[in-house]
Ligand binder design. Structure first.
Ligand code: MOS
Length: 691
């Protein structure tokens, strides 16, 4: 591994595009100006299951300014679509309420919207089923869970160990559906020049969006260019192409204009993905002194009729605690619902809510402090696979967190009061895998001695552009001001998505390698170099690589009204090398704030009669506001793990949300003596806690 001097890495370098963003100079997808432009508007299905018998678009087409109305009866055939959510207007079947069934393109957005309202969709409605249940007759075992883990694992003899255990815990936890709500809704601007297609799209990876788009329209990848220079958040919902991108390209082709197609906030609750609701049964067995002898984690969740999405909610349990007997399973049911998709820490986030709640219940059952219980059951090899960890600093996070939080002063007795408020505190652990994907990058020295680096990476608001610039500057041995990193364009060297918390590790390694190659090339009189990290990733040792963390929460619960305030949150993480402490802190507190939303505010409520999520906007889907976040602190353990990648990073985008909800739920229990096993925890469950 090459020696990288660290001058910029670890320094609090300000966000490079920060000024452009706050002055409005940064352009987001549909803010680009392609010249003469038309506007699209989407029409959605109003039934949860059925077949469209006809669409009457005469009135819509007769409106002034309307160019076309597109639906399955007149839309172009798509060539190859691997994700059925992208197969828009290809058949009359309606698989979920809110699915795209038609689209209008018009001279201006108002005309497009009005015409969309006038499109008459005639549907033969069929009875629907949108209810997830752990005893649903159509539950099945998926071949694998995301991204490619076995659905089930079974080590040792869980049943025998549970039967022998001195203490057992057997509880079922549930989480509702959650919807991503990035500040910038999904949006696409599409333009054709002959048989070449250019799209400005709000997404987490330009290169990853180019291939499916090219395939859908039967083009070579070189005929398609996807640009996503600035993106206002994604959290997974923009990690895979969403159907509006296909619709925009269709509307642009048929109208001969560049077409802007922004998804509305309301539409985001249908076809841009969400986190599946989960039902999770946790069984733990332990000795009287708190040594875990068995863990069983069974997960039930939903997917759609048109595509399987299998959230890996039990996978963190395969990583966390030492036990000889460990069983995990995932069961899905296909319902008449939109396809679930990625949402920050898919799998780990709901899974660790269940595991870390159950661990808290075990700690109380055996009468051992919950931090001590976790330390006592720390694993020195990955419990399920037996693989050694490249590094594991869960215990260090718990200890550091206990010090910072003042855990030693905590009275373990419940229902401590401060006037009308009950006060309690809770702890939970975090984990998230440290992935790395291969990527390519180019580096070039310019005539003025500055450097230019290119990679099709994405900065969705994380600070990725800044981190990559720091990595390049240190490798080249120059100040960050002399390096420019170009990202967000599929014409740049190939790179994976900003997802799975692997952006900095994957792209940073390619950038560092390209810059090293450039230095060698410059010795030989050259000025440009290219690098690919595929070989070095294939040569990596077979180790378990994960980030860990510890989350602490203090809550105050009003004994009369049930109001819950999170008065303090602390997260301590061990996530490899931290490239930029300022942007990293933002990532961690962002994740923790989303975890607070998961615990207390967010919930997509299914209306079983109409088969749709009832809340379609931020007035009804509540996310934490500034006033909800009283005091949030982040710290990290320095980790120097040479087995990760060239730059020693583990990824920080997702671990911040993992464990937060359990820490808050555990704190609510400590405060009130009431255990909530279904999120979110609402005050109606707490009213009168004081009586
Ligand atoms: Mo993240 S949910 O893998 O973009």
């Amino acid at each position: 591994m090459a020696e990288v001097a660290t001058r910029a890495i670890g320094a609090p370098v300000r966000r490079i595009e920060g000024r452009a963003k706050v002055t409005g100079a940064a352009r987001y997808a549909v803010e680009h100006d392609p010249g003469e432009v038309a506007y699209g508007w989407i029409v959605q299905a109003q039934v949860a299951r059925g077949k469209i018998t006809d669409i009457d678009d005469a009135e819509a087409r007769s409106q002034p300014g309307v160019l076309h109305v597109l639906w399955h009866g007149n839309a172009p055939r798509l060539e190859e679509v691997s994700d059925a959510e992208l197969a828009v207007f290809q058949e009359p079947r309606v698989a979920y309420r809110g699915q795209i069934v038609a689209a209008v393109v018009a001279d201006n957005p108002e005309a497009a919207r009005e015409a969309a309202r006038l499109v008459r969709v005639k549907v033969h409605e069929e009875p629907h089923d949108v209810g997830l249940r752990a005893d649903h007759p159509h539950l099945y075992k998926p071949d694998k869970v995301n991204p490619s883990f076995p659905s089930d694992t079974d080590k040792g003899d869980v049943d025998a160990a549970l039967a022998r255990a001195e203490v057992t815990i057997d509880h079922t936890y549930s989480t509702p559906a959650y919807h991503n709500n990035a500040m910038e809704p999904h949006a696409t601007l599409a333009r054709w020049d002959g048989d070449r297609l250019t799209v400005y799209d709000s997404n987490q990876g330009a290169a990853a969006h180019r291939a499916p788009l090219a395939k859908a329209f039967g083009l070579e990848p070189e005929q398609v260019r996807v640009l996503a220079e600035h993106v206002g958040g994604g959290f997974g919902s923009k990690g895979t192409p969403r159907p509006q991108m296909i619709v925009a390209a269709m509307l642009a082709r048929i109208s001969g204009r560049a077409v802007k197609l922004p998804v509305t906030r309301q539409q985001m609750f249908a076809f841009t993905g969400y986190r599946t609701p989960t039902i999770q049964r946790m069984r733990l067995g332990a000795t009287g002194d708190g040594r875990i002898t068995a863990i069983e984690h069974r997960v039930f969740e939903q997917t759609s009729q048109i595509r399987e999405f299998a959230e890996q909610a039990a996978t963190p349990t395969r990583v966390m605690y030492a036990t000889d007997n460990l069983r995990t399973s995932h069961r899905l049911v296909r319902l008449d619902v939109p396809t679930p998709s990625w949402m920050r820490a898919p799998g780990e986030c709901p899974g660790m809510y269940a595991l870390e709640s159950a661990i808290d219940e075990l700690a109380l059952a055996v009468g051992i402090d919950p931090i001590e219980l976790r330390i006592r059951n720390d694993a020195d090899a990955e419990p399920d696979s037996g693989k050694p960890f490249s590094s594991r600093n869960l215990v260090a996070c718990l200890r550091e967190g206990a010090d910072r939080f003042g855990w030693a002063d905590r009275d373990p007795r419940q229902r401590q009061r401060d006037g009308r408020w009950f006060i309690g505190s809770g702890v939970a652990a975090s984990t998230y895998p440290a992935y790395q994907r291969d990527a390519e990058a180019t580096a070039r020295v310019q005539p003025d001695g500055s450097f230019r680096v290119g990679i099709a990476a994405a900065d969705i608001g994380t600070g990725a552009r800044t981190a990559l610039t720091q990595i390049a500057a240190d490798t080249l041995g120059v100040p960050v001001e002399r390096v420019r990193v170009d990202i967000g364009d599929s014409a740049l060297p190939r790179a994976g998505v900003a997802g799975g918390s692997m952006g900095t590790s994957s792209w940073g390694a390619a950038v560092a390698k390209a810059c090293e190659a450039l230095l060698a090339e410059m010795e030989r009189g050259g000025s440009e170099a290219h690098a690919d990290t595929k070989a070095e990733i294939e040569a990596k040792k077979d180790l378990a690589r994960h980030a860990f963390g510890a989350q602490f929460a203090e809550v105050r619960v009003d004994g009369e009204t049930g109001e819950i305030r999170v008065s303090r949150l602390l997260g301590v993480f061990a996530a490899g090398r931290i490239v930029n402490p300022v942007t990293a802190r933002s990532q961690f507190i962002g994740g923790m704030t989303m975890g607070m939303g998961m615990a207390l505010f967010e919930e997509s409520v299914m209306d079983r009669r109409y088969g749709d999520y009832l809340n379609h906007d931020l007035a009804q889907y509540h996310v934490p506001a500034n006033a909800d976040v009283a005091d949030i602190e982040v710290a990290w353990i320095e980790e120097d793990d040479p087995e990760l990648n060239r730059i020693g990073t583990k990824g920080i985008g997702e671990i911040g949300i993992v464990g937060t909800a359990a820490a808050i739920a555990n704190a609510v229990h400590h405060a009130t003596g009431l255990r909530f096993r279904a999120l979110p925890i609402h005050l109606d469950g707490l009213v009168g806690a004081g009586t």
